[in-house]
Write a protein that binds this ligand. Sequence first.
Ligand code: ADP
Ligand code: MG
Length: 292
Amino acid sequence: SIMPATLSAISNGARQGILFKGGTHLEKLASLKVIALDKTGTLTNGKPEVTNLILREDMNQDYFLQMTCSIENLSNHPLAEAIVNYGKKNGVISFGEVEKMEDVIGFGLDATINGENWKVGKRSFVGEENAHLFFNEQTSQLLKEGKTLVYVTDATGIAGVLALQDTIRKETIDAIQSFKKQGIYTVMLTGDHEDTANAIQAMTDLDEYVANCLPEQKVHEIKRLNETYQMSAMVGDGINDAPALATAHVGIAMGGGTDAVIETSDVVLMKNDLTKITKAIQLSKRTNRIVK
Ligand code: ADP
Ligand code: MG
């Protein structure tokens, strides 16, 4: 049965926007040794904006945006939303008919329009040999700035590249500092490019990151951390984080996350505020002292 001290800590947490789904999760947080965090939507606001557009020489901007936005309009990925908004601001009024579309989670979109194959997504998805032609000083500089590059290909090859900038949440740096001060090892797990991940690490002072991380690799990384550290937590917001959240000792969902991730989690941060995790740890320590 649940102890009065635990019940009172749970309701105390709820008042502060920390939703514990049970007493055991609260109890575990006191001995947290490692915390893994997703990047987009967790460390960052998850509201990227297009900052640069680089086109192949023979590519017309209106046509490029028309095609790209018609495809991205069928996806609910944060990058897709940003690209569609950018298109609308730059003259796209209606969307073309997409005959076939496959959403390859963690990679991008594979579509057919007017019988032509178009792909929108990460470098490895559109083909390294294609991407290579567009990998120059400008694109590597954009990556160093922490921007995400989205490659678009038509039947000819790379038609263009979009750079998108997301912003670090205002609480992120304080939260990371606080974890580290408590001796908790911090790791970012992201599906994004190595250079983008590296830039985010430099901005946030995270101990470690794993880039190009597919959902199943996130699970693999959590298993590794579970073996090395006695108590792990994973924080995420997206459907691709749900399996990793379930694997961690304590799964923490951002309140603004998708339903699946909120359902899989043990703790929900109602206001998307990562510093509340420190509050939750304090509540846990206090409660354990009373209960034990
Ligand atoms: P994260 O782990 O950073 O939240 P995801 O696993 O959702 O990212 O996606 C990984 C990468 O796949 C993105 O950084 C992007 O390059 C590419 N990608 C996925 N979906 C899309 C899409 N709809 N449009 C463009 N790129 C995409
Ligand atoms: Mg995310």
